[in-house]
Structure formats: structure tokens, C-alpha cells
Design a protein around this ligand. Structure first.
Ligand code: FES
Length: 68
């Protein structure tokens, strides 16, 4: 499922960016080499970041933040 239609970023790719350390929606876009355009995806990405922090990600497959 696409989260960001402007840039073709899917749910699992948002999670990948979060696991890699993205803590802001712009960082998720930057992780995939693009920038925010219309901004409609920002609330969902923010929500996914928030949920990942509470280790309660709803996307298929477990999302576990690694903390060193
Ligand atoms: S849907 Fe993500 S910038 Fe437009």
C-alpha cells in the first residue's frame, strides 16, 4: 500500500526508513532520495513514526526499532 503517492513510497518503505533512523517525515523522504511534495502523507508517516516508537506498528511484518 502506498503511503506517499507523490513519491511512490510504500508502507514497508516507510518502516524501512524508520528502522534506519528516520524520526521526521522529511527524513523518511530523504531516506528514499526524494522530498515532500503535496504533504498529504505527512500525518500518516508521523503516525507510523509515533507507533514505531511505541513498538506498535500495524504494517504487515514486525517493525522493531533497534536501539544500540
Ligand atoms: S503524498 Fe507524499 S508528498 Fe504527496
Amino acid at each position: 500500500m502506498y503511503v506517499c503517492n507523490c513519491n511512490g513510497i510504500r508502507c514497508k518503505e516507510v518502516d524501512e526508513a524508520i528502522r534506519a533512523g528516520a524520526r521526521k517525515p522529511k527524513a523518511v523522504h530523504a531516506h528514499h532520495g526524494c522530498e515532500v511534495q503535496c504533504g498529504r502523507c505527512l500525518p500518516e508517516i508521523t503516525d507510523r513514526i509515533r507507533k514505531a516508537r511505541s513498538e506498535d506498528a500495524p504494517c504487515a511484518g514486525a517493525l522493531t526499532l533497534r536501539t544500540a
